[in-house]
Design a binder for this molecule. Structure first.
Ligand SMILES: CC(=O)N[C@H]1[C@@H](OP(=O)(O)O)O[C@H](CO)[C@@H](O)[C@@H]1O
Length: 405
């Protein structure tokens, strides 16, 4: 069976991390979310992948190339304008032939394990099947109403407790779906939504089934949700390899992976689950606590403590830093004594809407240069290519290219 993966969107609510990469390329346990998705498909024997790309597509294509390094064949299709999920799927029409009796569709930015996909592959039936999960808070998702297994209505992002059965956006369709996609009207918010296509199919008397799963399905709606996804994946990972070099006096507890050519210097204390990439230079006397992921080519100097955080590639973190519940994008330089304040239950304004975040420090996009003794207040985000001189306290979000003297 072929799979179409939707990977064309930016993921606006994951800014500033998505200013330079799309949401599917955000790292979880040092691998892009999309790589976890592809690996789950591959484990189910799905090797023919059609990747719908758009925003920051070069970054995706340079990473995955033809897919062979990941055990699959990838064909890329560009969705030039992001006109909704039905429009995205329609872009792949010419690559699905009548011999493909059915095909799978899923989002490239939702973490799934191989069992999640297997739950749909083992149970689908009818003209279309969609995989569902039960959730208390269904805000921001589509939900379904059903009789037995048959879906009677799909309601997209409506307020209220209409149903707690959430559409995961993972579907199996027969090629006939393209006929209904063509008839799908544009929605109120200007998109061709696959959920409207499914509702049309139901209205036409076609059989749309809901297949429940209790296997892993995680969506990073906001940038800070990446911390939870990272922690979940780290906690469930097995066979973590230690390939780097540990100096004498390094203490390691729990599951810790250390990549090739990484050097952990004396007196460093690491409590897993922790993943450290390749070519890192850490210590002496650094403390790394659960559930932390550190990318490739990262240096961290003495007496810095990091906990429940993601540090992406090519960062330089000086001594005496305090980094907890933070996401630091690629190629950031943090001077000595950097402190990220952290707080619980923050209210964060994104595009004039208040979103609540659990415990959070700060989130940095890429390429920022921060001097010594800088304090960033809890929940404050630094975009891309900002410069903050030593001794400053940052109280408000910094947009791209800011300079704080
Ligand atoms: C129009 C459409 O396709 N809506 C889907 C889709 O929403 P997005 O906002 O496009 O990510 O994926 C959700 C799962 O992540 C699902 O719940 C919802 O029904």
């Amino acid at each position: 069976m072929k799979a179409i993966i939707l990977a064309a969107g930016e993921g606006l609510r994951c800014r500033p991390l998505t200013l330079t990469r799309s949401k599917v390329m955000l790292p979880v346990a040092n691998r892009p979310i999309l790589e976890h998705v592809i690996s789950s498909l591959e484990k189910n024997g799905i090797k023919e992948i059609i990747l719908i790309v758009g925003y920051e597509k070069e970054r995706i294509m340079n990473y995955f190339e033809d897919g062979l390094n990941f055990g699959v064949n990838i064909t890329y299709v560009e969705q030039k304008a992001q006109l909704g999920t039905a429009h995205a799927i329609e872009q792949a029409k010419k690559l699905i032939s009548p011999e493909d009796s059915e095909f799978l569709v899923l989002n490239g930015d939702n973490l799934v394990e191989s069992k999640t996909i297997a739950d749909l592959l083992n149970n689908y039936k009818g003209d279309a099947s969609l995989l569902t999960v039960r959730m208390e808070d269904t805000a921001g998702y589509g939900v379904v109403l059903k009789e037995n297994k048959r879906v009677t209505r799909i309601l997209e992002k409506r307020p209220g407790d209409l149903s707690h059965i959430v559409n995961t956006g993972i579907y199996i369709f027969t090629p006939q779906v393209f006929e209904t996609i063509e008839k799908t009207p544009i929605s109120e918010n200007g998109e061709y939504a696959i959920t409207d296509t499914l509702q049309l199919m139901i209205d036409e008397g076609k059989i749309v089934t809901s297949i429940p799963t209790e296997s892993k399905w995680l969506d990073a709606v906001h940038a800070w949700d990446l911390l939870k996804a990272n922690s979940t994946v780290l906690n469930s990972s097995r066979n973590l390899k230690q390939e780097g070099e540990l100096e004498e006096g390094v203490i390691i507890r729990g599951k810790v992976a250390i990549g090739k050519n990484s050097r952990i210097r004396a007196g460093t204390y690491i409590v897993g689950p922790v993943v450290i990439g390749e070519n890192c230079d850490i210590g002496p006397n650094v403390v790394i606590l659960p559930s932390t992921t550190i990318g490739d080519n990262v240096s961290i100097r003495s007496f810095t403590e990091i906990q429940n955080s993601i540090i992406m590639n090519d960062c330089r973190i000086s001594s005496h830093g305090q980094i907890s519940n933070c996401i630091i994008g690629s190629n950031n330089t943090l001077g000595p004594g950097f402190t990220a304040e952290e707080k619980e239950n923050l209210e964060i304004n994104i595009n004039c809407k208040i979103h609540s975040a659990p415990k959070l420090g700060t989130i940095f996009g890429d390429d920022n240069r921060i001097g010594g003794r800088v304090l960033v207040k809890a929940g404050v985000m630094i975009a891309v290519n900002c410069q903050v001189e030593s001794g400053n306290t940052i109280y408000r979000d910094l947009p791209r290219d800011s300079v704080v003297l």
